[in-house]
Design a protein around this ligand. Structure first.
Ligand SMILES: Nc1ncnc2c1ncn2[C@@H]1O[C@H](COP(=O)(O)OP(=O)(O)OP(=O)(O)O)[C@@H](O)[C@H]1O
Ligand SMILES: [Mg+2]
Length: 353
């Protein structure tokens, strides 16, 4: 397998008036050709900033340390001029909020063709043909008319499709989608996810999908990386992560996922407590304060990723989560509170909702 992106010990720090925020704390992974990788974790776990660092898009008070190589070329510290040749061309990113990502006073056609003229030296006529092709690819009706419209004249779902079409214009090697459906209503979410699944089949691009929604990951991704406190808690093949989670945090996330099979009145399990303070991370495991399995070693020593199964890694000192329910050492999770995990796909879920 050929890696499109190789990330090694990547860290992201922000300087703030109250001190330094450690948003990403040393993550290493590869994204291979044609692979779809899901990045999941609660709000603030560092998912977006990790890829903002890869794209060289951190805020002014932020800095990246470590390494992120795109097909062997180091991106960390690369001058903006060189980065711009790769960004939007070979590496494309789509964001949650299409309204702020599109330029409000420019017609869609102009925004789409500009990229091609600038990055690929295309003629205006050829660029227009390619823009139309891409709009058709993302199933936008009346594509020719859309090119003459302004972003505010389109619905949220339509704008998001246009964002995806724009990201695909230059046939990127890698598409990073950061919560691409969060701002949309459920039916449109399902349509966009179907579209992403089609694109995954139709293009050879590697896809990174950043999301809160584990259902989306189950439907689309090959691999999953679970983030917490700016670190990977667990990584692995999507089936392993869903059917056989080895980290208490992953298990908690899966248990807090709504299930179709269950009574809708039932209150969902929620992981107790709050995410860690990124200005004062504990010495040991970042999840220690919320973990029902916590023991002394978790407080003293940071767990590093270690193999937990075929293609599966966990950053946890526990040998196994399968502690018998009657074991007095099992921490205070009442029996039945962590039901067995039943994965389902987001598209199916969303349509029924
Ligand atoms: N410019 C900044 N200055 C200081 N801290 C920042 C800055 N940008 C982001 N952060 C902090 O970095 C941490 C990680 O943010 P990030 O956006 O990666 O979270 P996330 O996992 O994408 O969350 P969400 O799911 O809500 O999008 C957060 O605590 C955030 O407050
Ligand atoms: Mg985010």
């Amino acid at each position: 397998m050929t890696a499109v992106l190789e990330v090694r010990d990547l860290q992201v720090r922000f300087s703030t008036p109250d001190g330094e925020v450690s948003a990403v704390n040393g993550v290493s992974f590869d994204v291979n050709e044609s692979e779809c990788v899901g990045i999941v974790g609660e709000s603030g776990s560092g998912k977006s900033q990790l890829f903002m660092a890869v794209m060289g898009l951190l805020a002014k008070n932020g800095r990246a340390l470590g390494s992120a190589k795109y097909r062997g070329t180091e991106l960390v510290g690369m001058p903006v001029r060189d980065l711009n040749k790769i960004r939007g061309n070979k590496l494309a990113m789509i964001f949650q909020d299409s309204m702020t990502s599109l330029t409000p006073h420019l017609r869609i056609g102009r925004q789409m063709t500009e990229v091609l003229i600038e990055h690929q030296g295309m003629s205006e006529a050829d660029a227009r043909i390619r823009a139309l092709d891409m709009l058709n690819l993302v199933r936008i009706p009346e594509a020719a008319r859309r090119l003459t419209q302004y972003p505010h004249e389109l619905s949220g779902g339509m704008r998001q499709r246009i964002m995806i079409a724009m990201a695909l214009l230059c046939e990127p090697d890698m598409l990073i989608a950061d919560e691409p459906t969060t701002a949309l209503d459920v039916t449109v979410q399902a349509q966009i996810l179907d579209l992403m699944a089609d694109l995954k089949r139709a293009t050879k691009a590697a896809i990174v999908l950043i999301t809160h929604d584990l259902g989306t990951v189950a439907g689309l991704c090959d691999k999953v990386q679970v983030m917490y406190g700016g670190r990977f808690m667990e990584t692995g093949d999507v089936r392993q992560i869903f059917y056989n989670p080895q980290h208490p945090y992953t298990r908690g996330l899966l248990s807090s996922m709504p299930r179709l099979t269950e009574d809708r009145q039932e209150t969902l399990y929620a992981i107790p407590g709050q995410p860690p303070n990124l200005q004062r991370l504990p010495a040991g495991c970042p999840f220690q304060e919320r973990c029902t399995f916590v023991h002394q070693r978790c407080i003293d020593e940071l767990p590093l990723l270690q193999q937990a199964g075929p293609g599966q890694f966990k950053a946890c000192h526990l040998a196994s989560l399968d502690v018998p329910v009657d074991d007095p050492n099992r921490a205070a999770i009442p029996a039945g509170e962590l039901p067995p995990v039943i994965p389902h796909t987001a598209t199916g879920d969303a349509r029924t909702a």
